[in-house]
Write a new protein. Structure first.
Length: 137
């Protein structure tokens, strides 16, 4: 079945199993990859889905040249909801980029997100550091 599936997509000019779009786990600051995110966002008119980020991170994307009207911002109350939202955003295939702030991922969840990214041909960046709120005094 995999060969039949791969052949169908290869005939259309896609190679699902060795796709360039992939899941990248990073602890980098968003500033470090903004030029790359901007370049990737220009390839299509699909959504840029951002999961678990603070408002100031959305503003950084807009300042980098990503249209606010293309940013879909999803909050999750906890780690499980953010992981689920990330997987669903990838599987939907309606985003050109999925940026997630998830914290520590289990090996199983990392594998699930990698497969979803490959199958959907969606670039995905998972930031290990959750955005921290300014402490109240």
């Amino acid at each position: 079945m995999r060969n039949e599936f791969t052949k169908q997509f290869n005939d259309l000019g896609f190679d699902v199993w060795s796709a360039v779009p992939a899941l990248e786990t990073t602890t980098n600051n968003l500033d470090d990859i903004l030029p790359r995110l901007h370049a990737l966002s220009l390839r299509t008119n699909q959504w840029i889905t951002v999961i678990g980020a603070r408002r100031d991170l959305i503003e950084q994307l807009v300042s980098a040249g990503i249209s606010r009207s293309r940013i879909r911002w999803v909050h999750g109350r906890n780690q499980d909801e953010r992981e689920w939202a990330t997987e669903q955003a990838l599987l939907a295939g309606t985003s050109s980029l999925v940026l997630s702030w998830l914290g520590e991922l289990s090996p199983r969840m990392q594998q699930r997100l990698k497969m979803a990214s490959k199958v959907s041909q969606t670039h995905s960046f998972v930031f290990n550091d959750l955005p921290s709120l300014t402490p109240l005094h």
